[in-house]
Ligand binder design. Structure first.
Ligand code: N2P
Length: 361
């Protein structure tokens, strides 16, 4: 050792902590975070982040139930969260590490407690609705002034959908959201778990299947923005992002989001820590960081989704807080429904029917 120059020893000493730099593995929905959130977290904590994305609860669930995903923080929707908690997929949060918990909206967290007793495993990240985005001019050209733009008829009425097939209808690849929407349109309870009701919903989807261009849960953002599809059953914030992209591209495409008058699913996405997370301590730091009022406001201002953080609200752009597509009016709220948790048998029925709908057979 005594022959090594001092500079070498210093370099070695400095390199050691770098080599073992702490890392955090985050798995979140695509198009669901501000551009600088991760950068800011690393700057604040020194923790490096590997950030992966998905666009389907089913994909996340398969990883959570298989175990050993390697992820420290994931973002399941409330109904999936409940089923995964029951399967032992998540660890209880250590609330002593979550100093910003007081920022959360007490009413919304109480709503989430219906899926996670005592809010033991998760906090709300963002919430939104599953409705319809459309290209204003393309719809007007094909359906005129009487276009049912405030209704699920836009996609569920075969006579209407047939007229939009040429400009392109896309639908989320999300069976637990689409079947209930179809059931609701038929006047059935969207939260029903009766096999006959699921089948009726699937039959309705089969009737418009010839006019659906594709089933996908993230592609529609750019397709709507570019005018490559004219109607998308999609998630509120994603449609607003499409509108924003079109505005920025100044391409003459006008996109609008609507919560149809018949009603829509209101969902909550949550941050949770897998039971086998490699770095639960960093996971708590990340969740607490996101619960900072400014950080959450920055995310909402970028992704156009409402959040569960009451303290962030004064920091959210007025353009967002005043938009009824993001914060529904009291009248619209009457027609929103919450996700229903399906048991394994109901889930199999839904999966089987969905395969049928997608393949059109
Ligand atoms: C973001 C997707 C929103 C989440 N692209 C749907 N639960």
């Amino acid at each position: 050792m005594k022959h090594l120059p001092l500079a070498t020893l210093i370099a070695a000493a400095l390199a050691a902590p770098l080599a073992s730099a702490e890392t955090l593995n985050v798995y979140n929905w695509s198009d669901y975070i501000a551009e600088d959130t991760i950068e800011k977290f690393t700057a604040a904590t020194g923790i490096e982040v590997n950030y992966d994305v998905y666009d389907s609860n089913e994909v996340l669930e398969a990883k959570m139930l298989a175990g050993n995903s390697g992820y420290d923080v994931v973002v399941p929707t409330s109904d999936f969260l409940q089923r995964q908690i029951a399967a032992g997929a998540y660890q209880p949060l250590d609330k002593s590490k979550l100093g910003n918990l007081g920022n959360m909206d007490a009413d919304l967290m109480e709503g989430l407690a219906g899926y996670d007793e005592g809010n033991a495993h998760a906090v709300i990240y963002m919430w939104g609705t599953t409705g319809i985005g459309y290209n204003v001019d393309m719809i007007q050209e094909r359906l005129g002034d009487d276009a049912p733009t405030d209704s699920w008829s836009l996609v569920f009425d075969p006579a209407v959908a047939a007229k939009l097939a040429d400009c392109g209808i896309s639908v989320l690849d999300a069976p637990t959201e689409l079947l209930p929407a179809a059931m609701n349109y038929l006047g059935l309870d969207p939260r029903s778990t009766e096999k006959a009701d699921f089948e009726a919903g699937a039959d309705l989807l089969m009737a418009v299947r010839p006019y659906i261009r594709y089933f996908h849960s993230s592609q529609y953002i750019s397709d709507l923005a570019n005018g490559d599809v004219c109607v998308s059953v999609g998630w509120s914030g994603d449609i607003f992002q499409a509108r924003d992209r079109a505005d920025e591209a100044d391409n003459g495409v006008a996109v609008t989001y609507v919560i149809p008058k018949e009603g829509a699913l209101q969902w909550f996405d949550t941050m949770a820590i897998p039971v086998d997370a490699p770095n639960p301590d960093a996971a708590h730091k990340f969740i607490d960081f996101v619960m900072d009022a400014q950080i959450t406001a920055d995310i909402t201002n970028y992704v156009w989704y409402a959040n569960g953080n009451a303290a962030s609200m004064p920091l959210v752009d007025e353009e967002i807080t005043s938009d009824p597509g993001i914060f529904p009016t009291d009248a619209a709220k009457q027609n929103l429904w919450a996700s229903k948790v399906y048991n394994a048998r109901q889930d199999r029925t839904v999966t089987r029917l969905w395969t049928k709908v997608k393949t059109g057979q």
